[in-house]
Design a protein around this ligand. Sequence first.
Ligand SMILES: NC(=O)c1ccc[n+]([C@@H]2O[C@H](COP(=O)([O-])OP(=O)(O)OC[C@H]3O[C@@H](n4cnc5c(N)ncnc54)[C@H](OP(=O)(O)O)[C@@H]3O)[C@@H](O)[C@H]2O)c1
Length: 330
Amino acid sequence: MSYSSFELLDHSRPILVFGRDGQVGKALQVCLKDLQVPAVFLGRSDCDLVSEFSIIEMLNRYQPQVIINAAAYTAVDEAERERELAFTINAKAPELMARYIANVANGVLVHYSTDYVFADAKKEAYLETDLVGPIEHLNVYGQSKLAGELAIEAVFNLARYSGRPSYADKFASYFILRTSWVYGDGSNFIRTMLRLASERDKLKVVADQMGAPTSAQWLAEVGIQIAGSRVKSGIYHAVPDGETSWHGLAVFAIETAATCGEGIEVKSENILPIPATNYPVPARRPYNSRLSNAKLKKAMLEMAFTSEYPHWQEQVEVYVKEYVSNSLKS
Ligand SMILES: NC(=O)c1ccc[n+]([C@@H]2O[C@H](COP(=O)([O-])OP(=O)(O)OC[C@H]3O[C@@H](n4cnc5c(N)ncnc54)[C@H](OP(=O)(O)O)[C@@H]3O)[C@@H](O)[C@H]2O)c1
């Protein structure tokens, strides 16, 4: 991936990254350090997103031109009983970030969101222009992430239409990157499956929910690249090509790990597909998590991305092989 357009940014001001210790946050650290771009990475101990005061203090202290918000309340089932907390972190905090950046000349806010803003209103891949919801079918996490998207858009719309002539050619931009089934350096479905596959000789995995597993490393690269670009503000679906079910992903990841020759107890034929109804969880999940990536692909052409657009299988293969090799070393 080329980062040429990144040079458009003012490097004298650090990029401010929220969510340092999450999967995407850790990947952002790797990418930005590789690029030797000045950046400040904030974890919960530096800035608790529950505290408006703490967020504003950080914004005033670092005066960023670019914010990348990879922090979120991501405990989907727990959110059902922690509604207020989920909304504070997933909606109120990004709104404060947006309010700050919208008033910065050439400012940029990159914010990650989710396929859970959709709830099976459609069977095909969702476009960015599709209606979200229906709201009463969204789980609380999905509602809170949607509230975050809407808050960011409202702030930027207000800034644009309330007329600041001096900023006419320097309007701040926002990019909401909706993604799905993220895996990186942290707890995730793939790691859980590999652990279970080393402990058990039979697994049952949900086979009727469809989506695209997405690499945190790639999401970090897309976030950085889009921050440095001048593509149009808005929502972009950031997922690789292809689709699968949780069962398909489990089989692929476990078979890949088995080719590395270590520690897999379960045979592919003993990874059994089950319907989601056989695996009850507190928060309702969509059956269709497919997101169309056509808009992002087109934007990538404008941004002169040099690398091929990835397929989920290529990225999961690299991830599993690296993970197995690192686990063997430790
Ligand atoms: N994971 C997925 O499958 C998935 C799917 C679709 C979309 N997304 C979106 O992608 C983005 C990145 O996800 P991820 O997988 O990297 O998430 P993650 O690994 O759960 O990381 C989230 C980070 O947010 C931080 N955080 C939570 N509450 C906070 C608070 N009150 N103050 C400060 N920091 C707080 C957490 O801090 P601690 O480390 O201290 O807990 C954690 O480091 C999120 O916007 C998420 O909604 C994720």
